[in-house]
Design a protein around this ligand. Structure first.
Ligand code: HEM
Length: 552
């Protein structure tokens, strides 16, 4: 026995090394290590360095450093060779998901999804779409322990209020840096507790209080666009970003970022995009995200952005705003402390509250340029609202069915979170309505982009048809359940009503003031093909021509 456990003997005992590798596989398989992979790296480094040191000091047969390296390398080769073979054999041929169809290499590693799905254009959702067309089935294995599900009738089971699924490891990928936000906490009870405050911040009364600010920002944007309209080309995607950032700053933190006024991309918007950018690749390899963000280079943008959003919150805490803002509901006025959770929520608000709305405004503009008839019809509907007023308030445009139809169609064809949100099955697994059993602890993605373009749920699914949302063509919606740009269930978007208020107010006023068309040299291909899926989307540029309808 003593002989067996002596490190010097161990290094030469190939069966024991192989057995240790199998035990490691068992441990890896039976736990969730995505966010603790650095622990394994540490153990392996210590173990193999320990073997090398032990050999050097105690093995009489070892004469040179070369001998030590050779012994340690052989041990590592056997260990990692056995571990890798065991993992690949299991994933490839014995896994509980082995009967689910999917690309052959995807079953071995999520690296395949990154190679085939992310790298070609950073539009992972398009790969999901291709797989659905290729396999013509609703459940596809897209990773070793991951499936992608395309049928809307599974939405209640996976995302609904009574769902037993929970958020997957993706959510805690970088929580070691900035803590967990209300969105990234995976604990259902904690989420419920924290979400209550957010629900207050977005209830009908609170939203009413935000309206004057929204009106001011839409008006400021229109004034700047009037200036811009003198140019032959206006980068509307930038202006959408400036506007949504200003609104988020003001409504969220009572802080003026003045981006619409300055009219240039501020460093903080670049920083926000940089901090989200690793998610395009590492969003699919959670342990990679976790490792990367433990290195200085990998975490740089994220740490800077967290610092920035924490400072914004610190500044906000020092003042008592005249009008209530979102953080009026999230901060305790009797407690001076700012917890890491509050800081994480501050970043949540900045990310969730700005990029999503900006992206959607970009897509609305794109669709209206591509479909001039729809633009004209929308203009007629908007011209009929309060024609005497110079500027339409949020309240004025709250009930324009065709306007909502245009916005919903943009959200349907171009959801701001196109690949969907990650969920994990409960230990007992779930049985989908089509009878497919998905075992426990399996990662699930439901790509919103694909479901919302599925002909089973929407007639002429690729057509921009706002009428499907009005009483003109209700038949063009076959199953409304399939529409979930804001997700659904207890984790759904708490800001969706505010987002709709912003989208309505900007779209209505813009279409009332200008005729919008693609600028010269623009055909919409950049926004179509260069939009990057980084959980939220970082849209490609769109240049439009704004022709004033008012007397200049
Ligand atoms: C077009 C605009 C928007 C879209 C498409 C959108 C979409 C989404 C989606 C899909 C989620 C679910 C995320 C998940 O489960 O991981 C979400 C969550 C969230 N959104 Fe939005 N969002 C939009 C605008 C906004 C705005 C304007 C705000 C706030 C000002 C906001 C605040 C939030 C928050 C706080 C969450 C987390 C909710 C929770 O976990 O309980 N969103 N959003």
């Amino acid at each position: 026995m003593t002989k067996l456990i002596r490190p010097v003997e161990l290094a030469h005992n190939k069966p024991i090394i192989a057995l240790l590798a199998l035990v490691t596989h068992w441990v890896l398989h039976n736990g969730e290590w995505d966010n603790a992979f650095h622990v394994f790296l540490g153990i392996w480094t210590l173990a193999f360095n320990g073997i090398a040191a032990g050999e050097y000091m105690y093995d009489a047969q070892v004469k040179t450093v070369g001998d030590v390296v050779q012994i340690a390398a052989t041990a590592a080769f056997i260990y990692f060779g056995t571990l890798t073979t065991s993992i690949l054999l299991h994933r490839g041929f014995f896994h509980r998901l082995r009967k689910i169809p999917g690309p052959f290499f995807a079953r071995f590693s999520k690296f395949y999804g990154v190679y085939a799905g992310v790298l070609p254009g950073f539009q992972y959702f398009k790969w999901s779409e291709k797989l659905q067309q290729e396999y013509e089935t609703d459940v596809i294995r897209t990773g070793p322990r991951e499936v992608t599900i395309y049928c809307a009738d599974a939405i209640p089971l996976i995302h609904g209020p009574m769902s037993r699924c929970r958020k997957g490891p993706w959510y805690s990928g970088s929580s070691h840096i900035g803590g967990s936000s209300t969105q990234t906490t995976r604990d259902k009870e904690e989420h419920k507790r924290r979400r209550k405050a957010w629900d207050h911040a977005f209830n009908a009364k609170a939203l009413r209080e935000y309206e004057p600010r929204l009106n001011r920002h839409a008006l400021a944007l229109m004034e700047r666009l009037k200036d811009q309209a003198k140019q032959p080309s206006v980068r509307i995607t930038n202006w959408a970003n400036f506007y949504s950032f200003d609104v988020m700053g003001d409504v969220g933190f009572s802080r003026s970022f003045g981006m619409v006024e300055k009219g240039e991309e501020a460093d903080v918007i670049k920083l926000l995009h940089e901090s989200m950018s690793p998610l395009s690749i590492f969003g699919h390899i959670t342990w990679g995200l976790n490792l990367a963000t433990r290195t200085e280079a990998g975490a740089k943008a994220l740490i800077e952005h967290i610092d920035w959003t924490s400072n914004v919150l610190k500044e906000r805490k020092k003042v008592t705003p005249k009008e209530n803002d979102i953080f009026s509901w999230l901060l305790d006025p009797n407690d001076d402390k700012i917890t890491p959770e509050m800081n994480a929520d501050s970043r949540l608000l900045v990310v969730a509250g700005s990029d999503t709305t900006a992206a959607t405004l970009g897509w609305i503009s794109y669709e209206l340029c591509k479909n001039p008839d729809i633009q004209a019809k929308l203009r007629r509907a908007i011209d009929a609202i309060e024609p005497k007023k110079a500027h339409l308030d949020v309240d004025d445009v709250a009930k324009c069915a065709f306007l909502d139809g245009v916005i919903n169609e943009a959200l349907r064809l171009h959801p701001a979170v196109p690949s969907g949100v990650q969920r994990e099955t409960p230990p007992e697994g779930i049985t989908l309505p089509n009878g497919t059993y998905i075992p426990g602890h399996i990662i699930i993605w439901m790509p919103i982009h694909c479901i919302q373009r599925d002909p089973r749920y929407f007639q002429q699914p690729l057509k921009f048809l706002p009428e499907r949302w009005t009483n003109e063509r209700p038949d063009a919606i076959i199953d409304k359940l399939a529409f979930m740009p804001f997700s659904t269930g207890v984790y759904n978007c708490v800001g969706q009503k505010l987002a709709m208020m912003e989208l309505r107010s900007v779209t209505a006023n813009m279409i009332r003031l200008f005729e919008m068309s693609f600028a010269e040299g623009e055909d919409g291909s950049t926004i179509e093909h260069k939009t990057r899926d980084c959980f939220t989307t970082n849209v490609g540029k769109l240049d439009v021509r704004l022709t004033p309808r008012y007397k200049t």
